[in-house]
Ligand binder design. Structure first.
Ligand code: FES
Ligand SMILES: [Fe+2]
Length: 397
């Protein structure tokens, strides 16, 4: 099965047409027939191009946590699919997501991360305010077709939800918070927006972005893969599916009876919340796990069909990133994430095998979230939903 054919228009490739037809048929299957996607969804460059053009541009994408830019003037740069982004705290209470592309001749304006009063492009010195307005352009006042007002950095639609910064590249998605309101009862006692930003790291894993989302979101692998790390805390058999919605899916991993208390935690946590972790995927590519004492999140962005960028971090009740319990939790995260990463990189090799065939999914409590993700993909990209890319205003993500 050749899955490496690339077409300028990914939607036109035979591989993509076949995969979209498969999605449409999967959307008709009852839960009792739930199965995995076929390998091409995870290995085809053409299918990834379809996702880049028709899924990621028109969805809420998390780029990071507000704790990374706590003070006015703090910024970080990132990229998502083809866009260069500049995420900046422009006032004490707001952040902006700007195109990190100078309005003069297109150079990236800022690099890396830092703190600044003005955003100055190093090439010819054009200078922008923190909200993207052009405030200075050396020697340009005599240029006949120059109007400062027309040269602001492009601003993307963005929203902060529970401390996480989301961007909608095409600006056509419905507001995010109302779509996530069904989640609120399950997470409000953690008070996520009040948690302190404690750790963040950037990694590149050799896996498809969906493999990582699925892995974060299913409890089926907790006992076998994480026998030495997570099994004694959250064994597979105690996992339970949580209600899903058009914009999200989730599950709860209950603690083993022998697992000691995991604190410090917010006093509002119920008994059940003190004895479980709650995991959510905000479609398509943000995953977050609320534990009693800390929150672990991953902002996932596809680099290629086989490679994914992972910006992962930890927030929590303690405010000192150097505190012993914080460093111990980050070490623990690294330990089980290393197990996941090694497994997912092996999985990606398996997905390239000509012998790969889709397999049945485990019951809802263990892999129901994976089926939810399949159904989300089917809603967005199944052939029955073929549409003009410009006609998706109002689509629920
Ligand atoms: S490209 Fe930025 S000032 Fe010229
Ligand atoms: Fe895992």
């Amino acid at each position: 099965m050749a899955l490496t054919d690339t077409h300028a228009d990914g939607a036109a490739s035979p591989t993509v047409r076949r995969l979209r037809a498969e999605l449409a048929s999967l959307s008709q299957l009852p839960r009792t027939q739930a199965r995995t996607l076929s390998a091409g969804f995870y290995t085809s460059p053409d299918y990834l191009k379809l996702e880049r053009d028709r899924l990621f541009r028109d969805a809420w994408i998390c780029v990071g946590h507000v704790g990374a830019i706590p003070n006015v003037g703090d910024y970080f740069t990132t990229e998502f699919i083809d866009e260069l982004l500049l995420v900046v705290r422009d006032t004490a209470s707001t952040v902006k997501v700007l195109a990190n592309v100078c309005r003069h001749r297109g150079s990236p304006v800022m690099q890396g991360a830092g703190s600044t009063a003005r955003l100055t492009c190093a090439y010819h010195g054009w200078t922008y305010a923190l909200d993207g307005r052009l405030v200075a352009a050396p020697l340009m006042k005599d240029s006949a077709n120059f109007d400062k007002q027309d040269c602001a950095l492009k601003q993307f639609t963005s929203e902060v939800w529970q401390g996480y910064i989301f961007v909608d590249l095409d600006g056509r998605a419905l507001p995010l918070a109302p779509q996530l309101s069904p989640i609120e009862p399950f997470i409000r006692n953690y008070h996520p927006a009040e948690q302190h930003f404690l750790y963040q790291a950037e990694e590149v894993w050799n896996t498809n972005w969906k493999c990582l989302v699925e892995n974060f979101m299913e409890g089926y692998h907790l006992s076998p893969l994480h026998a030495k790390t997570l099994h004694s805390i959250t064994p597979t058999v105690l996992c339970e599916k949580l209600p899903n919605g058009p914009a999200f899916t989730g599950y709860r991993a209950n603690f083993h009876a022998d697992c000691p208390e995991r604190g410090p935690f917010h006093p509002d946590l119920t008994g059940q919340e003190r004895r479980s972790d709650v995991f959510y995927c905000i479609y398509p590519s943000f995953v977050v796990g609320f534990c009693p004492h800390f929150t672990l999140y991953m902002c996932i962005r596809p680099f290629s069909a086989d490679r994914v960028g992972v910006r992962w971090g930890v927030t929590g009740v303690p405010d000192n990133p150097q505190a012993a319990e914080v460093m111990a939790y980050v070490r623990f995260c690294k330990a089980f994430c290393d197990e996941d990463r090694a497994q997912l990189e092996r999985l990606q090799i398996g997905l390239h095998s000509p012998s790969h065939r889709p397999g049945p999914l485990a019951p809802d409590d263990y892999e129901g979230t994976v089926w939810d993700l399949v159904q989300y993909m089917a809603r967005r990209l199944g052939e029955a939903n073929e549409r003009d890319p410009g006609s998706c205003a109002g689509e629920v993500q």
